[in-house]
Design a protein around this ligand. Structure first.
Ligand code: GUN
Length: 305
C-alpha cells in the first residue's frame, strides 16, 4: 500500500489565517470594529512565554488588537479576578485568553468561570462546553479540537456521517470537545483513555483516529485501520534518536509512531507541522467570530458549527 497522504496543517493554517485577515478587514469596513483579544499571562513559565508571544504576533499580523497583560507569578487570585472583570466590561476586548497552567495558588476553574462566556476565546468556560455538549449553536469551540475537525473535513470532505471515530485522551481541552464535535458531525464516537481495555483493538476499528494523550509514539502502526485518517495532537520532546546529534539534543514527536503509521493510514498529520499551527489560527478565528457576534455581523463559516 502507498504511504499515507501527509496532512499539511501548516499550509491549511496559513490559508485560514488569510481568511481571518480578510474577515477582520471586512468587519472594520462594515461595522468600524477591530477585533481585540486580551492575553493574560501570570508568571514566567518559558513554554507559556513562547506561546503567548506567537499569539500576540499573530493578532497583529491579522490586523487585530492584542491587549497584553503579563503579571507577576505571585499575583493574588483576587487581583486576577478583578482584571478579568475589567476585561469583561471593556467593549474593545472581544476575546479573553488566560494562559494555562496558572500558578498553584490560583484556582484555575474559578478563573475560567469568571470570563464572560461570549468572550471566552479558548472555549473553556462551562457554558461553552455545555453548548457544545448539548449540540446548541453559538458555542465557542476550543481551538485544538476545532483545528483538528477542520483538517479532518479538508481530508475527508464535510460529510463525516457514520464514520467510526476514536478519540484517545479525555482532557477538557482536547479529548472531550473533540468527541462532541465528531458526534455532532454524526460519527460513531469512542472516547478512549488510560483505563480503556484492549486499546489497540479499539483503535483498529476507527476510520478517524485522534490521538491526544501526551505519550510519545504510543499509537503504533498496527493499531491503525488501513486507510484511516490519523490526527496526532501530541507534541512531546524526547531525546534525539541519532547519537551523532550529541548529548542533550532533543526532537519533537507526536502520540503516534509516525514512521510506522504513515505506511498504514490513508492520511496523517505530521509533528511538527500538523495540528500545532492550527491551534493559533483557530484562536484568531474564535476572536474574529466573537467580535462579529458582538457587532451583530455574520459569523465566519468555519467558526459557525
Ligand atoms: N496552555 C496550553 N495550551 C493552551 C491553550 O490552548 N489555551 C490556554 N489558555 N492555555 C494553554
Amino acid at each position: 500500500m502507498a504511504d499515507a497522504k501527509i496532512i499539511d496543517g501548516k499550509a491549511f493554517a496559513a490559508g485560514l489565517r488569510a481568511r481571518v485577515a480578510d474577515g477582520v478587514a471586512a468587519l472594520k469596513a462594515s461595522h468600524g470594529v477591530t477585533p481585540g483579544l486580551a492575553v493574560v499571562l501570570v508568571g514566567e513559565d518559558p513554554a507559556s512565554q513562547v506561546y503567548v508571544k506567537s499569539k500576540e504576533r499573530a493578532l497583529v499580523e491579522l490586523g487585530m488588537n492584542s491587549f497584553d497583560h503579563h503579571e507577576a507569578a505571585d499575583m493574588a487570585e483576587a487581583d486576577l479576578l478583578a482584571l478579568i472583570d475589567r476585561l469583561n466590561a471593556d467593549p474593545a476586548v472581544h476575546g479573553i485568553l488566560v494562559q494555562l497552567p496558572l500558578p498553584k495558588h490560583i484556582d484555575t476553574q474559578k478563573i475560567l468561570a469568571r470570563i464572560a462566556p461570549e468572550k471566552d476565546a479558548d472555549g473553556f468556560h462551562v457554558v461553552n462546553a455545555g453548548l457544545l455538549a448539548t449540540g446548541q449553536p453559538g458555542a465557542i469551540v476550543p481551538c485544538t479540537p476545532l483545528g483538528s475537525l477542520l483538517l479532518i473535513r479538508d481530508t475527508l470532505g464535510h460529510d463525516l456521517k457514520g464514520k467510526r471515530a476514536l478519540v484517545l485522551g479525555r482532557s477538557n481541552i482536547v479529548g472531550k470537545p473533540m468527541a462532541h464535535l465528531l458526534l455532532q458531525a454524526d460519527c460513531t464516537v469512542t472516547l478512549a483513555h488510560s483505563r480503556t481495555v484492549d486499546l489497540a483493538e479499539e483503535c483498529r476499528r476507527a476510520d478517524i483516529l485522534v490521538a491526544a494523550v501526551g505519550r510519545p509514539e504510543m499509537v503504533r502502526g498496527d493499531w491503525i485501520k488501513p486507510g484511516a485518517t490519523v490526527i496526532d495532537v501530541g507534541i512531546n520532546r524526547v531525546p534525539a534518536a541519532d547519537p551523532a546529534a550529541g548529548p542533550g539534543k532533543t526532537r519533537l514527536v507526536g502520540d503516534v509512531a509516525f514512521a510506522e503509521a504513515v505506511k498504514v493510514a490513508g492520511a496523517i498529520t505530521p509533528v511538527p507541522g500538523g495540528v500545532g499551527p492550527m491551534t493559533i489560527a483557530c484562536l484568531m478565528l474564535n476572536t474574529l467570530a466573537a467580535a462579529c457576534r458582538a457587532a451583530g455581523a455574520p459569523i465566519p463559516a468555519e467558526a459557525a458549527l
